[in-house]
Design a protein around this ligand. Structure first.
Ligand code: NAD
Length: 351
C-alpha cells in the first residue's frame, strides 16, 4: 500500500459568473478595512472593486509587479500600515496575489483573492520576494488567501498572449504534482482533472475571447492546479523556470510554457504512471508531445530564443539547476539538463 499524508487547509472558494458581486459580504467576514491591490495596468479594476466595497475600502495600492520586488513589498506594507488595513483584496494574477502575500507575511491579516489569470497562485501558501535580482520563495500558511472568488468575467480583458501561457503555468503545477515525492491519491485526482480542464478550455479561451464558459473552465483548472502546487514539492521543471525567469528576467508564464514539454520528456522514463495520467488527460499518446502540441494550438511560445533567453546563458542555467539538490524522478545530470535547455532554446520537438 502507498503511504501518504493528506492535509487540506481550510479556505473558502466561490465559483461563478458574476460572483464578484459577493465580494463585499466576503470581505466583511474577515475585516473592516480593506486595502485593494493590483498592477498599474489593472488599476481600473481595483478602483471599481474599491467603489463596490464602499466604506470598507480604505484605498487602492496599484503598484504590484512581477516577482514581487522587495521595494514594492515594503511600499505596500507601509501603505497598509498607514491606512490601518486589516484585510487585503488582491485583484489580478500571480503578481498581485504575490504582493498580497508579501503584506500578509508581515501582518498575518487575511487575503481575499480575485484571480484574473490562470496561474493558480491564489491556492498556495508559497510566496516569493525579489531582492537584488534574486528571487527567493518559501511557504507559510499565513499567506494563503482565506477566500477566493473565481469570476470568469474578470478574465474577459485578459489577452490571449497572457491567458494561454498563464494556463500552461497551471498545467505545469499539475504535471509536477503527479510525480512529486509527497503526492497523494487525492492530489493526483485533482491534478489530472486540472490538466483535462486546461487542455479542453485553453484553445477556446484564446480563439473565442468572449466565451465565459471556457474561461470559467480554465479557472476551474487553475484552481485544481493551485491546490496541487500548494500541496506538493516541485521538481526539475519548476527549478529550471525559477532559475531562468529570475536570472535572465524572462516572463514567468512564457518560460513555463517553453520548458514544460522538455522537462516532462526528461522525466518520462522515470515516472511512467504519471506520464500515462498526463497523456490520458491531454488526450495524447505521449505526455511531453501532448504538452508541446497544446502550446502550439494556443499560439504560445515554444522556444527560449523567442522569449529573450541569451544563447550564452544556457551553461549558467544548467549550473544553477544543479545547485541545492531537490527531488526529481530522473537523476539530475548536468549534461542531460544542458541538452534539455538546448532543446528548449531552439523549441525542438521534445525527445
Ligand atoms: P501577472 O500577474 O504577472 O499578470 C501579467 C500581466 O497581465 C499584468 O500586467 C497584469 O496586470 C495583466 N493582467 C492580469 N489579469 C488581467 C486581466 N484579466 N485583464 C487584463 N490584464 C490582466 O501574471 P501571472 O502569470 O498570473 O503571474 C505571474 C507571477 O505569479 C510570477 O511572479 C510567478 O512567480 C507568480 N506565481 C506564483 C505562484 C505561487 O504559488 N506563489 C504560482 C504561480 C505563479
Amino acid at each position: 500500500m502507498r503511504e501518504f499524508l493528506y492535509e487540506q487547509p481550510a479556505r473558502r472558494v466561490i465559483f461563478g459568473i458574476g460572483t464578484l458581486s459577493r465580494l463585499p459580504d466576503e470581505v466583511k467576514r474577515l475585516g473592516q478595512r480593506a486595502l485593494v491591490l493590483s498592477t498599474p495596468e489593472q488599476r481600473q479594476d481595483a478602483e471599481n472593486v474599491s467603489r463596490q466595497l464602499g466604506k470598507i475600502s480604505v484605498g487602492v495600492f496599484a503598484n504590484a509587479a512581477m516577482h514581487v520586488p522587495i521595494d514594492t513589498a515594503r511600499a505596500a506594507r507601509a501603505k497598509a500600515r498607514e491606512l490601518g488595513a486589516d484585510v487585503y483584496v488582491a485583484v489580478g494574477g500571480g503578481s498581485t496575489i504575490g504582493l498580497g502575500k508579501a503584506i500578509a507575511l508581515e501582518t498575518s491579516n487575511p487575503i481575499v483573492a480575485v484571480p484574473t489569470t490562470f496561474a493558480g497562485s491564489e491556492m498556495t501558501p508559497i510566496y516569493g520576494l525579489t531582492e537584488r535580482g534574486v528571487k527567493r520563495t518559501a511557504r507559510d500558511n499565513r499567506v494563503l488567501p482565506k477566500t477566493v472568488i473565481y469570476d470568469p468575467t474578470l478574465t474577459l480583458t485578459l489577452p490571449a498572449r497572457i491567458a494561454g501561457p498563464s494556463g500552461m503555468n497551471a498545467l505545469a503545477h499539475c504535471v509536477e504534482a503527479l510525480y512529486a515525492p509527497d503526492g497523494n491519491p487525492v492530489i493526483s485526482l485533482m491534478a489530472t482533472e486540472g490538466i483535462r480542464a486546461l487542455a479542453r478550455s485553453l484553445p477556446i479561451v484564446v480563439c473565442e475571447p468572449t466565451n465565459l464558459e471556457a474561461r470559467g473552465d480554465a479557472l476551474y483548472g487553475a484552481w485544481l492546479a493551485g491546490i496541487s502546487l500548494g500541496a506538493t514539492s516541485m521538481s526539475l521543471h519548476h527549478k529550471l523556470c525559477h532559475t531562468l525567469g529570475g536570472t535572465f528576467n524572462l516572463a514567468h508564464a512564457d518560460v513555463h510554457t517553453v520548458v514544460l514539454p522538455h522537462a516532462t520528456a526528461y522525466n518520462s522514463d522515470a515516472a511512467p504512471e504519471a506520464m500515462r495520467a498526463i497523456a490520458d488527460a491531454l488526450g495524447a499518446k505521449d505526455a511531453a508531445q501532448g504538452i508541446y502540441d497544446l502550446a502550439a494550438r494556443i499560439g504560445a511560445p515554444r522556444a527560449l530564443k523567442d522569449i529573450g533567453m541569451p544563447a550564452d546563458g544556457l551553461d549558467k542555467a544548467a549550473d544553477l539547476a544543479m545547485q541545492n539538490p531537490y527531488d526529481n524522478p530522473s537523476p539530475l545530470e548536468r549534461s542531460a539538463i544542458r541538452q534539455l535547455l538546448e532543446n528548449a532554446y531552439h523549441g525542438t520537438c521534445p525527445t
